[in-house]
Write a protein that binds this ligand. Structure first.
Ligand code: ADE
Length: 248
């Protein structure tokens, strides 16, 4: 990425992003976002508390969706209908599928896939979303470029690539290899692609920002609980820099 790419991306975000929504699966991930808010109020829709306020003077909404794709889609749809965000950022932690990332680094989505979507017995490629006929749903590229630049600036190693979601905690070498081979994904988690799918259906831009908590292998049952809170802080630092940057 050169300076022209970054300044073009930044210009586009500054012109069009006036309200940002954040969706997290777990409390530790949400806490890392809501601590950045000023003027905080809470609005409840259904069973979900939406935290409303400002980050660096930009309107923001944050909510905890719960674990898995269905909760994530319910939350994203409610947020879109209730608050009309210009951009939704799904943030939290993820399992690592990339040789260039380590625990504490950040994976940013260029696109999302649902690794457990499978109509291949009918002749479809694995991951194909029937109805829209796509495997990958593209993220907001200007947001990924600016977020990556912010992370570079504060010295956090990061990669932009496909993020794979499914209703499974990945903790084996075989499953990890399969997701990498099928989708070329750099990380795996359980909500990003459902947020992406909902945003795609509503014409809303989205980005997935995930701090690596484990290597999606047999060390994950120990590493995930050990690093979850600590690495969520890294996502929070990334978000603060991003909001600062687009507020200027
Ligand atoms: N979130 C964090 N680590 C994960 C893993 N290994 N699999 C799925 N989701 C995750």
């Amino acid at each position: 990425m050169n300076n022209t790419d970054i300044s073009t991306a930044l210009q586009s975000l500054r012109a069009s992003v006036k309200k940002v929504g954040f969706i997290c699966a777990m409390d530790c991930e949400l806490d890392a976002v809501t601590k950045l808010f000023s003027d905080l109020t809470v609005k409840k829709y259904g069973s979900i508390d939406f935290f409303c306020g400002k980050i660096c003077g930009i309107e923001a909404i944050a909510a905890k969706c719960g674990v898995g794709k269905v909760f994530a889609a319910i939350c994203a749809q409610t947020m879109i209908l209730g608050f009309s965000p210009d951009l939704i950022i799904n943030t939290g932690v993820a399992g690592n599928l990339s040789d260039s990332l380590r625990i504490g680094d950040i994976a940013l989505s260029s696109a999302v896939v649902q690794h457990d979507m499978d109509t291949s017995p009918l002749g479809d490629p694995v991951g194909l979303i029937s109805g829209i006929n796509k495997i990958e749903l593209e993220s907001d590229i200007p947001s990924a470029i600016v977020m990556s630049h912010c992370l570079d600036t504060i010295g956090i190693n990061n990669a932009i690539g496909v993020i794979a979601s499914g209703d499974q905690f990945i903790a084996s070498h075989e499953k990890k290899k399969q997701i990498k081979e099928n989708f070329g994904a750099i990380s795996c988690e359980m909500e990003g692609a459902a947020v992406g799918h909902t945003c795609y259906a509503n014409g809303v831009r989205f980005l997935v920002v995930r701090a690596i908590s484990d290597d999606a292998d047999n060390s994950s049952p120990d590493d995930f609980p050990a690093y979850c809170v600590k690495v969520s802080e890294t996502s929070s630092r990334a978000i603060l820099e991003f909001m600062k940057m687009i507020a200027q």
